[in-house]
Ligand binder design. Structure first.
Ligand code: AHG
Ligand code: MN
Ligand code: MN
Length: 322
């Protein structure tokens, strides 16, 4: 099995970008170990703090954020970072070329039940001559990403990575600490009979999503004429990984539950990197009205509606939104 650096070198990926990706992965290997220790190292449970988005931080949210932040900033490869757990962007090396946005621990409500969690990251180039302390260097659409990925801490630790030449899976060999290529070009089946949505929010959805899901649930007695299966992991990394492996549609749509928060998932470090991985595997990622990677961001913690997955099923869902 092949290691990550030669695979990326063969693609023509710049050495500096490979070094940056390896830096992110160095942090993820340590996170994999920490998450695996669970109750043995006292890392489970919540802190007394909230992040800028009003969410109570888990101890592991804080620990994983600190790890990624320290390792990235000391590497010299990043001009600035943006994180779910940081109020503002953090300046790095003024001479560096890249900026990284990350969700250090996605699905952190799963930590206390020993279920799936992961780290999501998005890498872009900083505009030439930009000030590392300038927040606006992150205000670029997702189509500018030069690399995107996640590391899923499951029964095995799996990296899904794209540098714009397809989506690949690497599995962490924990005895040697190396990520080895285990699937070269992930390809999402165009057709699916599986959907993922938090159905407890149904009464708060907009009519288009209400109608679409009603028709899926009606199964072979409804207009779709066949039965659909449902899954919900409560960690986008877990749900997106399933979609990349065997197809499906995943959505966290706009809802009216909290008028101040019509959308849940964050554009810069959740929706954009997942959208790139999905598109690079032949799927679609949309808000319902536009391609996720075309959105011009206006805030680092901006939230968007997400509908992604198997091409034909996402198109069907989007037809309800027209
Ligand atoms: P995070 O743990 O980084 O805050 O993200 C959790 C997100 C996402 O991963 C998941 O799909 C969704 O929240 C789950 O939301 P519900 O709790 O509403 O199911
Ligand atoms: Mn998340
Ligand atoms: Mn998180």
């Amino acid at each position: 099995m092949r290691r990550l650096p030669p695979v990326l070198l063969e693609d023509g990926c710049p050495r500096e970008l490979i070094s940056l990706i390896r830096t992110v992965l160095a942090a993820c290997k340590e996170i994999s170990f920490r998450v695996g220790q669970g109750a043995l190292s006292g890392v489970l449970g919540s802190t007394l703090d909230e992040n800028i988005q009003g969410e109570t931080q888990k101890k592991l949210d804080v620990l994983t954020n600190q790890l990624l932040k320290d390792i990235l900033l000391e590497s010299g490869y990043v001009k600035a970072i943006a994180s779910e757990e940081e109020d503002f962007t953090v300046a790095g090396n003024p001479d560096a070329k890249y900026i990284v946005a990350f969700d250090p621990l996605d699905g952190s409500s799963n930590t206390d039940i020993n279920s799936l969690v992961g780290t999501i990251f998005s890498i872009m180039e900083a505009p030439e001559g930009a000030d590392p302390a300038d927040q606006s260097i992150f205000m670029q659409p997702g189509k500018n990403q030069v690399a995107a990925g996640y590391v899923l801490y499951g029964p095995s630790t799996v990296l899904a990575l794209t540098t714009g030449k397809g989506t690949r899976f690497f599995t962490l060999d924990k005895t040697h600490g190396t990520f080895l290529l285990t699937e070269d070009f992930a390809s999402i089946p165009e057709e699916t009979s599986e959907f993922a949505i938090n159905a407890s929010n149904q009464r708060h959805w907009q009519p288009a999503m209400q109608n679409y899901i009603t028709d899926l649930i009606a199964g072979d007695t409804g207009p779709r004429g066949r039965n659909f299966n449902m899954r919900w992991i409560a960690a986008m990394v877990g749900d997106v990984h399933r979609v990349l492996c065997r197809g499906g549609i995943f959505t966290y749509p706009t809802d009216t539950k909290d008028p101040n928060k019509p959308n849940k998932l964050r554009l810069l470090y959740e929706a954009n990197p997942m959208a790139m991985l999905i598109e690079q595997a032949g799927g679609i990622a949309s808000t319902g009205t536009e391609r996720i990677m075309d959105i011009q961001p206006n805030a680092i913690h901006q939230r968007v509606a997400v509908i992604l997955g198997s091409k034909n099923e996402v198109e069907t869902c989007l037809s309800y939104h027209k």
